[in-house]
Design a protein around this ligand. Structure first.
Ligand SMILES: Cc1cc2nc3c(=O)[nH]c(=O)nc-3n(C[C@H](O)[C@H](O)[C@H](O)COP(=O)(O)OP(=O)(O)OC[C@H]3O[C@@H](n4cnc5c(N)ncnc54)[C@H](O)[C@@H]3O)c2cc1C
Length: 586
């Protein structure tokens, strides 16, 4: 009979160093009873409904009413998305980013559309929970209890990221307004109980004229035009025609409306990284199970050296995504007016984790090849949906432009902070709804990134990567970007990739220490990061505007990772052990 230690060890292996989500072994450890019940009930909803139904609904692009009935019956959104202040004394309700992220991962593990209806409900609730309008907040809490979904009406067809140019126009009427204009790409716009809509007053120019208001998607003056996408999700185009906005529908006016838009996106975009992780986890289980059982030319596919390399890289990338994202939860939850470090870690979770998700899927798709197209595979959905996450809620470019604002303070001007512990406690993250104006970003200070790296200086590839990271300081102090280069986002995006890697590595190491990750996995992750840094350095070398000195710097910072066959073999065995460790019920 196996000892408890052996069982624990084999479970650790089957869930990939204990950090990957596996529905078979997931027990919601660390969650309070109600949160655990919700997570386990959600897993059971999908598993008992089965894979054939999951795929059939995807192919038929069927609206997920059965999922939403489950959500309503089990009070899932009501429990997870009602802040304590609006909970009417229900002690299970709170806005707890830790359990919100667990739910992100689980829903995306089974399909991005299920995650999306929850995600846009989060966005729709953002301007409401930030509002001083008590009646609107009570209405939202009641609708959540009744199982309603919500929507966030910011985007317009003509204006993309340029929200200053909104054509949703409000004219004054009594103590309210009449609103006319169209919105485009608005998820849940077909059924949302409250649609938070951003517009501007016809009679007030500039930021003072902005208004956020709540519309009812079932009102006669709310004209649902079409679904803009070919999906189970309803990403609506709707038009308001003289829609009556009563005083009790107004959520924010003036610059506060604009801040509410940005701060809502801050809360919401964080979720995209966790959705990416959930997609990659399910895809990895399917892919390794298929490849390990397949025999070509008398040998297993997983015996090809390039296949082992691809899977080990995919695994290292996925574990890194998870470590970074888990650690950034701690900074999101510990944020306050004096500690706004989350404003860097959040866009990195959004942008970097989701693009790493694409790379993970690409690596394993090259291995499973034709199998990835088959209609009864989850992978077919993963290969399509993983592409969405870097592009939504601010493109990679927009988020990278934001990340660059923090570079100087982060690299050169560290500050002292108390250590931030793991934040899986049952607290309400009320600060997220009073973030205030997103100003003074370049003044935000960070704890010294060197500390995380120094703690792992004995790991060969961490040491090698640290040399490269130090090199970034050399670049910026000896041959910094010129004024012209600073205006050239093509050049700055590549510099931003190098900087992002340093931030990424820091939080990966902080979480690796907290999670007691085996050293060989850490070394393998940094083997990947050393190669990535080298590739971005070469990319900087090739940018149109790079100077001779910058080119010289770039080539001098290309490094080969420290190669260690034993380490690679031990990580690979852990990856291979995932084969057969999870298959969705038929
Ligand atoms: C499936 C789906 C669901 C969606 N759901 C919603 C929703 O529920 N609610 C909602 O309001 N919106 C929603 N959106 C809209 C989504 O958030 C936008 O698509 C996204 O913000 C990017 O806008 P865009 O695609 O129009 O790109 P554009 O804004 O047209 O950008 C064009 C290019 O310019 C670059 N660019 C633009 N601004 C900058 C900048 N400041 N710095 C650097 N580069 C820049 C971009 O990176 C991009 O390469 C959804 C979209 C889709 C496809």
């Amino acid at each position: 009979m196996a000892s408890v230690d052996q069982v624990a060890n084999s479970e650790r292996i089957a869930t990939g160093d204990g950090v990957l989500f596996n529905p078979r072994t997931y027990d919601g450890a660390g969650l309070d009873p109600e949160s655990r019940r919700i997570m386990l009930a959600t897993i059971e909803f999908f598993e008992s409904r089965g894979k054939a139904t999951l795929k059939e609904h995807d192919h038929e692009r069927r609206w997920y009413s059965d999922f939403l009935e489950f959500v309503a019956r089990e009070h899932v959104f009501a429990t997870l998305l009602t802040p304590t202040a609006e909970a009417g004394g229900d002690s299970d309700k709170r806005w707890d980013t830790s359990r919100i992220c667990a739910f992100n991962e689980i829903t995306a593990f089974y399909g991005l559309p299920y995650w999306y209806t929850w995600q846009v409900s989060i966005l729709g609730l953002g301007p409401i929970w930030q509002s001083g309008n008590a009646a609107a907040k009570q209405r939202a809490a009641k609708l959540l209890d009744e199982g309603s979904i919500f929507a966030f009406g910011l985007s317009e067809q003509q204006h993309g990221a340029d929200i200053y140019s909104t054509d949703m126009v409000l004219t004054t009427e009594g103590d309210g307004f009449r609103a006319s204009g169209a919105k485009y790409y608005i998820g849940n716009g077909n059924l949302a109980g409250m649609v938070s809509v951003f517009g501007r007053r016809a009679d007030v120019d500039g930021p003072e004229g902005y208004v956020f208001f709540a519309a009812d998607s079932q009102h006669p003056a709310y004209n649902l035009i079409k679904n803009t996408v070919n999906s189970q999700s309803y990403v609506s185009n709707f038009e308001l025609e003289d829609y009556p906005v009563r005083a009790e529908d107004v959520l924010h006016t003036g610059p506060a409306a604009f801040d509410a838009a940005l701060n809502t996106v801050n809360v919401g975009k964080f979720n995209l990284g966790f959705a990416s992780i959930g997609i990659c986890e399910h895809a990895l289980y399917e892919a390794i199970t298929h490849a390990d059982a397949r025999v070509l030319y008398g040998m297993r596919v997983t015996d090809f050296p390039h296949v082992r390399q691809a899977f080990t890289d995919a695994y290292a990338r996925l574990v890194a995504m998870k470590l970074f994202a888990d650690r950034s939860i701690d900074y999101m939850r510990s944020a306050n007016p004096d500690d706004r470090r989350y404003l860097l870690f959040n866009p990195v979770t959004k942008m970097k984790v989701t693009t790493e998700g694409e790379r993970t899927i690409d690596l394993i798709w090259d291995v499973i090849a034709a199998k990835g197209f088959e209609k009864d595979m989850y992978f077919e959905m993963a290969a399509r949906d993983i592409r969405a996450l870097p592009k939504l809620e601010g493109t990679v470019h927009v988020n990278m432009a934001l990340v660059l604002k923090f570079m100087a303070a982060y690299l050169f001007d560290p500050a002292e902070y108390d250590a931030v512990p793991t934040r899986d406690d049952a607290a309400d993250d009320e600060f997220l709804f009073r973030q205030g104006p997103a100003r003074g970003l370049s003044k935000i200070r960070f704890h010294d990134w060197h500390d995380a790296y120094a703690a792992f200086a004995h790991v060969p590839n961490v040491a090698r990567f640290t040399e490269q990271a130090e090199g970034l300081k050399t670049l910026l102090s000896t041959t910094p970007p010129s004024e012209d280069q600073i205006r050239d986002l093509d050049f700055m995006l590549t510099l931003g990739e190098l900087f992002t890697l340093v931030v990424y590595g820091q939080l990966i190491l902080e979480q690796a220490a907290l999670a007691e990750l085996p050293q060989d996995t850490i070394d393998q992750i940094f083997d990947v990061l050393v190669r990535d840094y080298s590739a971005y350095a070469v990319s900087l070398h090739g940018r149109a505007s790079s100077t001779d000195a910058q080119q010289e710097w770039a080539l001098a910072h290309v490094r080969k990772p420290v190669v260690d066959g034993d380490r690679f073999a031990s990580v690979w065995e852990r990856v291979r052990a995932l084969a057969g460790s999870y298959q969705m019920r038929p």
